[in-house]
Design a protein around this ligand. Structure first.
Ligand SMILES: [Zn+2]
Length: 104
């Protein structure tokens, strides 16, 4: 496992932007489209079931890592896609089935 310092993670602002862009809490995988906001026992809150995933990995050795990208590009919104946790896990564990095309 690489340390956090080696990763070009999204900033907090970028993490939430893909969520807003997707029009309110839906997985961006066209085969899924699952809502990524679930009910919470507190009516004023929601359980977040989504994640801002990297289209190309944040660190060397990660899924679909692209060494040609600058750290800025890697952590920019253009390299992010809003996914439910299930799709994020599926996509990161099968690079052959899920190449970077999903984000384009
Ligand atoms: Zn999904």
């Amino acid at each position: 496992m690489s340390s956090r310092r080696d990763r070009d993670d999204f900033t907090t602002a970028t993490q939430y932007s893909p969520c807003e862009e997707s029009g309110g809490q839906r997985c961006s995988n066209p085969e899924c489209g699952r809502g990524t906001s679930g009910p919470h026992s507190d009516a004023d809150r929601a359980v977040n079931l989504g994640i801002a995933a990297h289209i190309t990995a944040a660190s060397p050795g990660g899924p679909r890592f692209d060494p040609a990208l600058s750290p800025e590009s890697r952590s920019s919104l253009e390299n992010g896609i809003w996914l439910c946790y299930i799709c994020a896990a599926k996509i990161d564990r099968d690079e052959v089935r899920y190449p970077t095309l999903l984000g384009n």
